[in-house]
Design a binder for this molecule. Structure first.
Ligand SMILES: Cc1ncc(COP(=O)(O)O)c(C=O)c1O
Length: 381
């Protein structure tokens, strides 16, 4: 089904995630980076019914994400329970599952999981998350303390996890991180006789969102692979954005138009509450998008959302084919984070529908959701 039929069937604003595009993206990334993949589900949980069977592991970072995976009956073998806040109740409930793999983000978490493993007489697998100097992970010294102290009857320390940020364009920075990690792995082996079996590493793979972005992805990935191939332990690549960004389309409708001394303003039924492009500043960059229908005359527009803030501009000063009320603008590359990261409660607009499609069928996987329910002060009589 093409996008016009999707609009007719489901209306706007809506998110459409194309699973055929996702499949090709996954195959492309696998061909360039032949490692096991850990999908960071925070980037887009709606594609999980497809993704869960295609990647080796899923990175789960909150009790809400644990609930989503439970609802989808995702095998515990796939799960890496991560996140800076691990709620005791949830961690204890997870102890009923078969293979348990957790990252350790603090000594507090280490003690909690040790306690729960003892209490439930369960062997659990740990990855120690090495900090990159922020609130995440633990220091090298804390890793060493754990490695020298842990109870081998209940804990298996599989190795390390490292993630220092998203949308990283600099291979130099990634190379520095890889050397840093390999040096530490060597030190643990040589000085503490501890061998790191696994490294789960999130390189923060970048996506080119804007029309003037100068990014040669194939070359970037080839060079990245050369760097990654130097890592000795088994490598798991933790990826979110780069896997799912290009399968997503955010479909909006032109609901009003006006002109004043500062230009032509188009009001869309979506906005910055539902669309997040990393690196977009003051709406100055032009994302990839398409217009429905197409027209010949070219006119300069400012594309605005429907929030009560002058910041709700999606694209400023862009030359487009002439637009009319009830036309559609489809924003591309919106598969990562837009659906979860927007300020979606502002102004109590409904959350958009979410649609999955492949070449054979389309499916509504979330209906519109009234956020007015969430912003409503319920006073008990
Ligand atoms: C620990 C961790 N791993 C992986 C990711 C995914 O990063 P990206 O979307 O840049 O691939 C994130 C994103 O915040 C993260 O926090």
């Amino acid at each position: 089904m093409n996008i016009e039929n999707i609009i007719k069937k489901y209306g706007t604003p809506s998110y459409l995630f194309d699973l055929d595009i996702l499949e090709s993206r996954l195959q492309f990334l696998k061909s360039k980076l032949p490692y096991d993949f850990v999908y960071a589900i925070k980037a887009n949980s709606f594609v999980l019914p497809f993704m869960a069977s295609k990647v080796e592991r899923l990175e789960i970072c909150s009790s809400g994400e644990i609930d989503i995976c439970a609802g989808l009956k995702i095998s515990s073998q796939k799960k890496v329970i991560s996140g800076v806040y691990k709620e005791e109740e949830y961690m204890e409930n997870l102890m009923n599952e078969e293979v348990l793999r957790y990252t350790i983000e603090s000594l507090e978490q280490y003690h909690l999981l040790t306690h729960l493993a003892h209490k439930r007489k369960k062997k659990i697998h740990l990855l120690l998350r090495l900090t990159s100097g922020n609130q995440f992970g633990i220091t090298k010294e804390e890793c060493e303390t754990i490695i020298q102290d842990y109870d081998k009857d209940y804990l298996v320390i599989e190795g390390l996890e490292y993630f220092s940020g998203t949308q990283k364009h600099s291979l130099k920075r990634i190379e520095k991180e890889i050397n840093y990690l390999q040096d530490f792995i060597n030190h643990l082996k040589n000085d503490l006789h501890f061998s790191v079996n696994e490294l789960e590493y999130g390189p923060g793979l970048p996506i080119y969102y804007f029309q003037d972005d100068d990014f040669k992805e194939e070359e970037f990935l080839t060079e990245l692979n050369q760097l990654l191939s130097k890592i000795e332990p088994k490598l798991y690549l933790e990826i979110g954005r780069s896997l799912v960004a290009n399968c997503g389309f955010y479909i909006t409708k032109v609901v009003d138009m006006k002109t004043n001394e500062n230009g032509n303003f188009v009001i869309l039924d979506g906005g910055i509450n539902q669309l997040v492009y990393y690196g977009q500043t003051m709406a100055m960059k032009i994302p990839y998008m398409e217009q429905i229908p197409k027209r010949n005359t070219i006119i300069n527009y400012n594309l605005c959302g429907s929030l009560c803030t002058i910041n709700d501009i999606l694209v400023k000063n862009v030359n487009l084919q002439e637009l009319k009320i009830n036309d559609y603008i489809v924003f591309h590359n919106t598969g990562a984070y837009s659906v979860t990261e927007g300020i979606s409660l502002f102004l109590s607009h409904d959350l958009p529908k979410v649609i999955l499609k492949n070449k054979d069928k389309d499916m509504l996987v979330r209906d519109n959701f009234k956020t007015s329910k969430l912003n409503f002060p319920k006073i008990e009589e």
